[in-house]
Design a protein around this ligand. Structure first.
Ligand code: RET
Length: 234
């Protein structure tokens, strides 16, 4: 069995467990968080995709579709991650749509670059994907962040930390891509899959947990600052 098959299967299992954990968390919660369906959606899509990748690399089914399954997962879940962060900041709908659209373009162009037959398509795709990525980063740093501008220092701090951790982690993806087989090739395919599996798990299970738990916290703080404002105004 190839090492990556075991890695893919382990991530699939972890995403499955996380799906159940997030569903349980929402059922036990007080439902003040109306976005509680996003985390289980993100985890279950990734779980199915990783299960497919394990089957594909293990020669069981879906032969030769590892890259397709990965980009299908990213195409569906990365816009949902962006949505999740943006709704925490109560960003305007147009901004959320633009950020999700740029994200989808980033993944689509990234897929074209990864599967390209010619250097022109590869580097053209990489360039388009990178510009789209910078657009997502720009929107997160500007309009999305403006959504929390009038909130307390604590709310802003929580949001900024989440935002910056997310941006920093996402920047690793194009770097690893450049170092792996699609780029200069100093990282082997097995290592590339392993690194991406760790990044995906951190970005999804790790950060989505932080966002989810801090929504409760940020929600409390929002409520607190509203009470304060109301008291001050009265
Ligand atoms: C590619 C290569 C082309 C240039 C750029 C890329 C960026 C990919 C990113 C992926 C993020 C994935 C996440 C997955 C979570 O499970 C496509 C690697 C810019 C940012 C967060």
């Amino acid at each position: 069995m190839q090492v990556e098959t075991a890695v893919f299967a382990a991530v699939a299992a972890l995403m499955g467990v996380s799906t159940v954990a997030f569903v349980a968390f929402s059922l036990l919660g007080d439902h003040e968080n109306e976005y509680f369906l996003l985390p289980p959606a993100i985890m279950s899509i990734a779980g199915l995709s990783y299960a497919g990748m394990a089957a594909s690399s293990g020669g069981i089914a879906l032969e030769g579709l590892v890259v397709e399954l990965r980009y299908l997962d990213w195409a569906l879940t990365t816009p949902l991650i962006v949505l999740h962060i943006a709704v925490v900041a109560a960003a305007p709908r147009k901004t959320i749509a633009a950020a999700m659209g740029a994200d989808a373009l980033m993944i689509g162009a990234g897929y074209a670059a990864t599967t390209a037959a010619t250097p022109g398509v590869k580097w053209g795709g990489f360039a388009v994907s990178s510009v789209a990525f910078l657009a997502v980063v720009y929107l997160l740093l500007t309009t999305v962040t403006d959504g929390v501008r009038d909130e307390s220092a604590a709310v802003q701090g929580t949001f900024r930390t989440l935002r910056d951790l997310t941006i920093a982690l996402w920047f690793v993806y194009p770097v690893i891509w450049l170092l792996g087989g699609s780029g200069v090739g100093v990282i082997s395919t097995a290592d590339y899959h392993f690194i991406v599996a760790v990044l995906d798990t951190t970005a999804k299970v790790g950060f989505t947990s932080i966002v989810t738990f801090s929504i409760t916290r940020v929600g409390d703080l929002f409520a607190e600052s509203e009470t304060t404002t109301a008291t001050t105004a009265a």
